[in-house]
Design a protein around this ligand. Structure first.
Ligand code: FAD
Length: 511
């Protein structure tokens, strides 16, 4: 066997200390432990971080488990609450509401999937709303939570959860983790990037102080500016604003009182939507909008007039263009986080995309020359992830029945073929996309398709083998079992308090 030690990556430089930078540093410090590979992270307090990103997806629990982080400690340190899903208000018509949960609806009651039985019963007025057959939705509506059972007796009792947390505290928590495992943190502003004239590979970055950091592999976590991947390497950006046109947001925290909802809320507004994310000590709010349909002043007024508590900071404005870099990995530079792309915050997918980027990097960890086959495979996997998320986000918009110009245009735009095919398959025969890989599985698609009032015209014919009475009995039995399950859960706030108690003395100091 050939000695390839001279090809080994010895030095990794991570540019940026936001959520993306510190998640990358934490994961690499753990996954590369014992290899002797040095990891440096450079961040600039003068530049700061984007300072938003509070809602997550259940996959973050796998990330934390990989790092052997205790959840009770994490919740205490990040002021976290539980998230069982996202409630969408007024997204179909004004007055509508549904929850996209982290769990399935119903349980198998015959050879066809549950939703085929539900669709038939619903068509003759013999089914309750779809959400009533989903345990995390029923629990969310009552502000209740319990940790999911390891071995649930019925699939209807299997569900997952995510966190709503203070993302800056999460980054600080991971910074401690990474530094304790040998990551070197460097404060300073990068003012120049040096590349190899022949290969175009990045060789070093220079700080304002004059010091230079050399590396074999550079991870660009510099946020929207894409300091390495775009400003230096000119990788190119695939602009998706024709499909996801929202391009601005105002964000503001407010006080919290009363029950703490174990879910995020998204309320449709005339030219976008407003988020509400309850943490232990405050509510995060934001208005995401498209500046072609509303001006900034009206956008911020709309947000400030629709807060549930007193604002505890000035509203912060953010600008973005939806889309992604044409290549997330280019030569020896991998863009993770906002430097790689952003598809707007509707389904809290950004932190999850950071996680995918890190896990794919670990799986395809390169040698110094970064073999084209590894780079191509990484880009293929990430493109697939982005494409599927784009279609899923668009689904919420294109199926609206609202009257405002923004919403009419969203409905009437040219949809990507991949999305049109999915919507038509569901409409004709109740068929939902099945992915081997990808973030949003059939249960998610079903929640939004039905939640946005798209009901199928036909269902699996095997459903007709069951009589109407038997079907009604089975559906009722599932509801009763779910309601009994939820009755045994605790109030969400009481759950948080008891979980915090596991970490007495290490609680986060609410800002
Ligand atoms: P940033 O936080 O911008 O960090 C960039 C880092 O690079 C900073 O440390 C900065 O100092 C450093 N840097 C930049 N230039 C230099 C330089 N020249 N020298 C040295 N250092 C430099 N995601 C979710 O998952 N859930 C959500 O609910 C959610 N909501 C969002 C709402 C909005 C309106 C927006 C815009 C985003 C939201 N996101 C959400 C996305 C989320 O905020 C980001 O994915 C996450 O914060 C990661 O950001 P980042 O680390 O890539 O970039």
């Amino acid at each position: 066997m050939k000695d390839r030690s001279d090809q080994r990556v010895d030095r990794i430089v991570i540019v940026g200390g936001g959520t993306a930078g510190w998640m990358t540093a934490a994961a690499l410090s753990q996954k590369l432990a014992g290899t002797g590979i040095s990891i440096q992270l450079v961040e600039s307090s003068a530049i700061g971080t984007v300072g938003v990103g509070e809602a997550t997806l259940p996959q973050i629990r796998e990330f934390n488990r990989m790092l052997e982080i205790d959840e009770a400690e994490l919740m205490a340190r990040t002021s976290a609450t539980i998230k069982l899903g996202i409630e969408f208000r007024d997204w179909g018509r004004a007055g509508d509401h549904y929850i996209h949960p982290f769990g399935v609806h119903g349980e198998p009651i015959g050879p066809a999937d549950f939703h085929h039985y539900w669709a038939k019963a619903h068509s003759v007025g013999k089914a309750a709303d779809f959400g009533s057959y989903c345990l995390p939705i029923v629990a969310a509506r009552q502000n209740r939570f319990a940790l999911p059972p390891d071995n649930p007796a019925s699939p209807a009792h299997a569900y997952s959860y995510a966190f709503q947390f203070d993302a800056s505290l999460y980054a600080a928590f991971l910074a401690d983790y990474a530094c304790a495992r040998g990551v070197e943190r460097i404060e300073g502003k990068i003012v120049a990037v040096e590349c190899d004239g022949e290969s175009g590979f990045i060789r070093s970055v220079t700080l304002e102080s004059g010091s230079q950091l050399s590396g074999d592999l550079f991870v660009d976590c510099s946020g929207f500016r894409g300091l390495l991947i775009e400003q230096e390497m000119k990788t190119g950006f695939a602009d998706w604003s024709q499909w996801l046109p929202c391009n601005r947001a105002f964000a503001v925290p407010c006080t919290i009182s009363g029950p703490v909802a174990p879910y995020t809320r998204s309320t449709a507004r005339p030219a976008g939507w407003q988020w509400r994310i309850p943490l232990q000590h405050r509510i995060g709010n934001g208005h995401v909008y498209c500046d072609r349909y509303i001006n900034d002043q009206d956008a911020v007024d709309l947000l400030m007039n629709n807060l549930e508590g007193e604002p505890i900071a000035d509203p912060k404005q953010l600008f973005f263009t939806t889309g992604k870099r044409k290549k997330l990995w280019n030569r020896n530079c991998i863009a993770i986080g906002l430097s790689g792309g952003f598809l707007e915050p509707l389904e809290s997918t950004s932190i999850d995309l950071i996680q995918s980027g890190i896990l794919n990097l670990v799986a395809l960890f390169p040698e110094k020359q970064c073999a084209a086959s590894d780079v191509d495979e990484y880009n293929r996997l990430m493109d697939l992830e982005y494409d599927r998320i784009r279609d899923f986000l668009m689904l919420h918009y294109v199926l609206n029945q609202r009257d405002e110009p923004f919403w009419r245009d969203m409905r009437e735009m040219v949809w990507p073929d991949s999305l049109r095919e999915k919507i038509e398959a569901f409409k004709r025969r109740s068929i939902v996309p099945q992915y081997d890989q990808g973030l949003f599985q059939p249960a998610s698609w079903l929640s939004v398709l039905i939640g946005q009032n798209l009901l199928p015209e036909a269902w699996d014919p095997r459903v007709d083998a069951m009589t109407g009475d038997e079907l009604s009995t089975r559906l009722q039995r599932i509801r009763t079992s779910i309601e009994t399950g939820v009755d045994h859960m605790r109030d969400h706030r009481a759950f948080i308090e008891s979980y915090r108690a596991c970490f007495v003395g290490t609680e986060a100091k609410p800002a």
